[in-house]
Design a protein around this ligand. Sequence first.
Ligand SMILES: [Cu+2]
Length: 211
Amino acid sequence: MVRTQHEFAGVDTVYLAVGGAVLAIVWLAFAFAVVRYRAGRHGVARPTKDHNLLEIGIASVIALIVAGLVTVTFTANASETENHDPIRFRVDVLAYKWGWQFTYPSLPGAVDRTTDTAPPVLHVPANQTVEITLRTQDVTHAFWVPSVKYKQDAWTGATRRFRLVFPPGEHLSGHCAQYCGLRHSDMVFTVRAMGPAEFRAWSARARGRTP
Ligand SMILES: [Cu+2]
């Protein structure tokens, strides 16, 4: 079962290690230059010389690191986009200025929607593959749930489908991750990922319910 939060945790680790190494090299080189070439130690500055082989070597190492990062990133991305795990639950997500609407094809009439007073709750079964169909009613928005390390744009006229597994939790926070106008920051929601018994009870109550 593909779990995006695990797939992309590996990507985080690789990027952090590379970023940490680059930071250390830059600071050490800076400290070396400050101490070694401080004022008063040498008389007159000498012109620098080309070191073609050394520079080609450095460029090659950087190219190799970039190739590694691209491979790691695209591999994680591919496992998530080519996810063929059987779908246990479906959600239709509609983004609009400035809110969200969640409907559930297997529960006709059940609607969770942004209201004047509260953000909506996206109800899903925990630890099950959920297929999300994402559309926008107006401008570009983006569906983002940081705790599952997943973000997807909703482009005008396009429908996006993807599969996510949500860990059980009271409040997984969700956001619009694409600046979309005045009340962009109000486009928040909560994901409620429920265990089997709770999910059955919610499904029974949810049929025909509107907010
Ligand atoms: Cu938005």
